[in-house]
Design a protein around this ligand. Structure first.
Ligand SMILES: [Zn+2]
Length: 542
């Protein structure tokens, strides 16, 4: 039992904006009242619901490949929190599993969503998620280039495609569905990309990126998944891609969707020399279309590591930079590319990217529909979120940062004209309440009675210039996990998965196909539920 007294509570989901009130906790949940137990004096502090990261990359084969590919990152790995419960690990750009949990919790985040899991390596992903302590976890399975699904769309067998998608979600023990560059990874196997949404994908006559997007969004709605289609649009990173992003939103008209890392899809111009931010156009569209949520995918200057299923984009980035490049082909399902990268203030393209992320966060009016992410580790490391929060809360800080950009860059962005400053409650929305709601995690992102007792207590005044970097206490599931900068408890979080209804007969359709096209046997393919230590299963439709 625990009582937090005297803190200013920011619980926007329940309309509480900086009110001094007690928060009571018993058996891992928020309750109305407790008698006895420990009491934490939070006077002069801010009480927030624990952070929820709706889009990050923290586990799986691609991450391991990236870690192995960049030993130089670990020569200067940043330290992480220490404590009695601590296990070995390395911080840095792609922290190892234990360090990932400590760093997220140490920053006040208590739930993370791993946004790209191929089914073929899902078992490995769950093993790594199991090793990430403290935080609760969910994962999204990659589906927009799965050739079994695309073959069914080609044949017009939508009903069967729905059963297959449902079966695959459960096989991966995933929470939701991610679509990355629909059709583009299939084309990449032919050395091509999918730039035009209406053009058939290689090897198909009816399957276009547009058809894949529309079909998956419809299937996910029909399955009643708690989180809508999580979409990484075509033409990521490419100048002029704002047209593709807008076209994608029109294809989805009327359907729910979450647009991932929108900053990477917000560019105008017809080449690298003319690239500019088109964040205002996307923000305007989003502002008038409530069926969409998005996350920023903001960029911070400094080292990053780009890692995405978007293989053709990664090859282009390799050609542009000459950096190391890794490419993985995941049989009939997807692929992956890895390129280490550094965002530089003096680079015009990077300056535009930095501004576009902030512009989206400042121009999308409803904080319930845009969330704080860096598409970790693509735009910057998750443990740098407090730097982004500082920029959102202070126009002065942004002006100072803008002053370091080349004057030419400032003509390609609107950022200098934006005076909006985020309030504490708005920060609580974009870091916790909003992403929890968009994920359909009803016990997360708020401090009402019955909610999971995930609570972060920050000092009200910024420490070392950074508010929200050094929480005094982080309570996870009712347990004090971090206190005064030390890990105090590191129990394993839950893993959220969904079990959509499907016709069991679909296995008889899939089994012979596996024999033909997969190197893995059908019976070894699905991840066993028993493999997950703390699964939290939601059947749907619920
Ligand atoms: Zn991502």
């Amino acid at each position: 039992m625990l009582r937090i007294t005297g803190g200013k509570v920011h619980d926007p989901a329940n309309g509480i904006d900086g009110v001094v009130k007690d928060i009571c906790i018993a058996e891992g949940r928020i309750v109305a009242q407790v008698e006895g137990g420990r009491s934490i004096d939070a006077s002069g502090m801010l009480v927030f619901p624990g952070g929820v990261d709706i889009h990050t990359h923290v586990a799986g084969a691609a991450l391991n490949f990236a870690r192995g590919m960049t030993p130089e990152n670990y020569r200067r790995a940043v330290p992480f929190l220490h404590g009695r419960e601590q296990r070995a690990g390395l911080g840095g750009i792609t922290p190892t599993t234990f360090a990932t949990g400590y760093l997220y919790a140490g920053m006040g985040w208590t739930t993370v969503n791993e946004a790209a899991v191929p089914i073929l390596s899902a078992r490995h992903t769950h093993e790594e998620l199991h090793d990430i302590p403290i935080v609760d976890k969910a994962s999204l399975v990659l589906m927009a280039n799965n050739e079994i699904v695309l073959d069914l769309l080609e044949a017009g067998e939508l009903e069967r495609a729905r059963h297959v998608v449902a079966w695959l979600i459960w096989a991966a023990k995933a929470y939701g569905v991610k679509a990355v560059n629909p059709g583009g990874i299939v084309n990449w196997k032919w050395g091509k990309n999918a730039h035009v949404l209406s053009e058939p994908v290689e090897g198909y006559s009816r399957v276009t990126p547009a058809a894949i997007i529309a079909a998956l969004a419809a299937i996910i709605d029909e399955l009643g998944l708690p989180h809508p289609l999580h979409l990484h649009c075509n033409n990521l990173g490419i100048p002029g891609n704002v047209a593709t992003t807008l076209e994608t939103m029109k294809i989805l008209e009327g359907r729910r969707a979450h647009l991932a890392h929108l900053q990477f899809h917000a560019y105008g111009g017809d080449g690298w020399g003319t690239m500019r931010s088109e964040a205002p156009a996307l923000a305007e569209y989003l502002n008038s279309h409530p069926n969409f949520t998005t996350d920023a995918g903001a960029v911070l200057f400094g080292d990053a590591l780009t890692i995405t299923a978007d293989g053709p984009w990664q090859h282009l980035l390799y050609q542009l930079t000459g950096h190391k490049w890794g490419n993985v082909d995941v049989e009939n399902e997807t692929g992956c590319g890895i390129v280490p990268y550094a965002y530089k203030e003096k680079n015009l393209v990077n300056a535009v990217q930095w501004a576009a992320g902030l512009e989206l966060l400042l121009l999308v009016k409803d904080p319930w529909r845009i969330f704080l992410t860096t598409d970790h580790p693509n735009g910057g490391c998750f443990w740098r979120y407090p730097e982004l929060i500082r920029l959102l809360m202070s126009a002065d800080q942004r002006r100072e940062a803008l002053g370091k950009l080349p004057p030419k860059a400032r003509k390609r962005m609107l950022l200098a004209d934006l005076g909006r400053e985020y309030t504490f409650s708005e920060i609580a929305i974009i870091t916790s309440a909003g992403p929890a709601r968009a994920l359909g995690l009803m016990g997360k992102g708020h401090l009402g009675v019955g909610a999971d007792a995930d609570v972060t207590i920050y000092p009200e005044k910024a420490e070392k210039g950074l508010a929200f970097a050094y929480p005094r206490y982080v309570i996870k599931g009712g347990e004090v996990a971090v206190e005064e900068g030390e890990i105090r408890a590191a129990s394993e979080g839950r893993e959220f998965i969904t079990h959509p209804a499907c016709d069991e007969q679909i296995e008889e359709y899939l089994r012979p196909l596996f024999q033909k096209v997969y190197t893995m046997s059908f019976d070894n393919y699905p991840v066993e539920l028993e493999r997950l230590t703390r699964p939290d299963v939601r059947t749907c439709p619920s």
